[in-house]
Design a protein. Structure first.
Length: 425
């Protein structure tokens, strides 16, 4: 029964391998154009369908140009691909983001951004006024301190404190739309950090371009930069941390992963895994440097809020994102964990912890069998772990697939670096 599927997969792999670089770009941009137009016609969220209509033209144009140029014998093909990549980013990120931010300003914030944008901007206001970032919590099954006039899920701040810095520009200017839109701030940081990481990455130009496409230009990046964006700075910092590990720069690795871990829980697996990669029998000091930076940044930024209101902090940062707060979340995509929880609510408190225990066992066993882990192995393992957790969580977005997708690609890119990283200095 599996033989036909295996044959199809083999043929697809061979077909893809036979394409030259520009032809493969044309395929990716063409599929992206199709995705954008389908999203535009089917999505019920204004930010998403607006992005779809705005971005599909850029993808279609990129596909046509790439396919046409792929038939020519170009002397500087990499330069052409970079120029085309910049054009696609302009049409799929910069223009849609600018227009949606402007429309949001004119329409008083209605519909032209994902809910997390307003949540981050409100946290920036609290931060600038010296207020607690974590107000809402669940007590005896009831939401306490709900923000008036907003859905219950928007009362929560499901991030670590450092994420609120992206809301500071709107707080300081007292204008939460337009150029101070949190998405613009997050996109600028994502772009700067990503370009820095790509400049340091030990890889061919072709591989670097592919990493940039997936992270920034294709819908796996462009859609999120334009409509929500809170995961994009995290991924950019994770990429910089990965490259720093590859380059054996322990201080840069610790700072990058520490900043990411101090913003969102999704960065923690790589932050902890980095300690395994950094530790070796040749240089014991390296993992302490990486771990010291991560610990220092997280403790300094998190502890004041954790000590101030531990119950509210746990409810916001852990219970709500894991679907354990009893509050309906817009992030609840129809994945197996959510479907099972819908059929029988108590499963929501069982599936995630059980998945963590079972997954932790297999991760520990894999690490033991392949010790010492190299960077490529760690990234591949985390890619699988993220995919499993996304499917098992009772309330998660299908969009979180960008984490395993990027991690799997980075694993391929660093695969030639089968070095045990003896010194991270």
């Amino acid at each position: 029964m599996l033989a036909p599927l295996t044959n199809v997969r083999t043929r697809l792999v061979l077909w893809w391998a036979a394409l030259n670089a520009l032809a493969s770009d044309a395929v990716l941009y063409g599929v992206s154009a199709l995705f954008a137009i389908v999203l535009a016609m089917t999505s019920t969220q204004a930010a998403q369908w607006q992005w779809g209509y705005l971005a599909c033209g850029a993808y279609a144009l990129g596909a046509v140009i790439a396919w046409g140029l792929s038939r020519l014998d170009l002397a500087r093909g990499s330069l052409v691909r970079v120029a085309l990549l910049a054009l696609v980013i302009l049409g799929s990120v910069a223009i849609p983001l600018g227009l949606e931010a402007r429309w949001r300003q004119l329409d008083h914030g209605v519909g032209y951004a994902q809910p997390e944008v307003s949540v981050i901007e409100r946290s920036g206001k609290y931060l600038s006024q010296g207020m607690d970032l974590y107000h809402s919590y669940v007590l005896h099954g009831h939401l306490v301190n709900q923000v008036p006039g907003l859905p219950a899920y928007e009362s929560f701040f499901p991030y670590f404190p450092l994420m609120s810095v992206f809301g500071l520009p709107s707080a300081e200017t007292h204008q939460s739309k337009g150029l101070t839109d949190a998405r613009i701030v997050m996109s600028l940081m994502t772009l700067l950090v990503s370009l820095s990481a790509l400049g340091l990455m030990r890889a061919s130009r072709e591989k670097k371009i592919r990493v940039a496409q997936v992270l920034l230009a294709l819908p796996s990046g462009a859609l999120f930069l334009s409509t929500g964006g809170d995961d994009m700075p995290i991924l950019a910092l994770m990429l910089l941390g990965t490259v720093a590990l590859q380059r054996r720069r322990s201080n840069l690795a610790g700072i990058s992963l520490g900043l990411a871990a101090a913003m969102k829980l999704t960065a923690w697996p790589l932050a902890l895994g980095a300690l395994l990669v950094a530790r070796s029998k040749y240089e014991r000091r390296s993992w302490r440097i990486v771990g010291g930076w991560i610990l220092a940044i997280v403790v300094i930024t998190v502890m004041p809020y954790l000590l101030r209101s531990p119950g509210a902090f746990m409810s916001n940062v852990f219970a709500f994102p894991l679907g354990l707060a009893g509050i309906a979340s817009p992030a609840a995509s129809p994945l197996p964990g959510h479907i099972l929880t819908t059929l029988w609510a108590p499963l929501g408190h069982i599936i995630a912890p059980l998945t963590l225990l079972v997954g932790g066992y297999f991760a520990a066993r894999y690490s033991r069998d392949h010790w010492p882990l190299d960077l490529s192995q760690l990234l591949a393992m985390l890619s699988i772990a993220f995919a499993v957790m996304i499917c098992a969580a009772s309330a998660t977005r299908i969009g979180y697939v960008i984490y395993p997708l990027n991690l799997a690609l980075w694993s391929k890119v660093t695969q030639h670096e089968r070095v045990r990283i003896p010194e991270l200095v």
